[in-house]
Design a protein around this ligand. Sequence first.
Ligand SMILES: Nc1ncnc2c1ncn2[C@@H]1O[C@H](COP(=O)(O)OP(=O)(O)OP(=O)(O)O)[C@@H](O)[C@H]1O
Ligand SMILES: [Mg+2]
Length: 261
Amino acid sequence: MEEKTCPSAELFFKREFKKHTGIKDIRFVLAIGSGKGGVGKTTVSAILSLALKKAGYLVGVFDLDFYGPNLHLVLGVNKKPMVEFGKIKPVSSDNIKILSLALMIAEKEPIFMRGLMASKLLQELLQKVEWGPLDFLILDLPPGTGDIFLTMLDFFNPEGFILITTPHKLALSDAKRTLSILKEKMVPILGVVKNMADFFEDETSFQDFLNEQKLNVLFEIPVLKELSKTENLTEVFESSEKQKFLETIAEKVLDKVFRIK
Ligand SMILES: Nc1ncnc2c1ncn2[C@@H]1O[C@H](COP(=O)(O)OP(=O)(O)OP(=O)(O)O)[C@@H](O)[C@H]1O
Ligand SMILES: [Mg+2]
């Protein structure tokens, strides 16, 4: 008898999909942003990198928060990127490639940079970095919609923006401003990640926000109590229950990506 696989299982195993970028070697750019700072962009970028890697995809993550780079900490990475013939090779850790200014500049060094310098630095990095083949390049964006954000939009023209927010009114207010820029620039929004979903009680504001913006929740992340003991998400997501969670969110994101024509 022919064995039937359920649709989600089919989705889960690595599948070829259309190259959506004009960038050499990179199949899809997923931009992870919010309006407000501290709502979980870096956390979600790291969780998504673990989820898509688990689903069999080649993943790179670019820490674009030049003023507060910390993606390397949540992925437990502390190696310097190699520079060969003027090209920067991102650090590879547990099959995820990472590029962050934090890995190039000592922690105690202050990062002084005016907006213009930051976008110049971004342009320089973009010219020099060699990711190698990637199915997904995840961009961990800085808070707000400043120079780095705008340069990123111009360069990557991302096919998928994931908006991170908590259900708190302050976060939603900032998120609306970011969304208005994304709409003007016609950036497709894959959905909203409701972070720390179980911590906030005011569901009405959040639902109103979704209705008003005509957006859906892509997935929710509860408060991860483990983060009070460690910052390393690779450790937090080791348990079989958390591995299952990674599978669920990878399915949700892949389902959206595969539907893009
Ligand atoms: N679901 C969660 N459960 C528990 N703690 C969380 C959760 N999401 C994020 N945090 C914690 O909240 C803080 C801010 O998260 P994170 O750094 O991911 O936000 P961010 O949006 O990237 O911030 P920034 O705007 O500064 O870049 C961190 O200490 C992180 O560990
Ligand atoms: Mg961050």
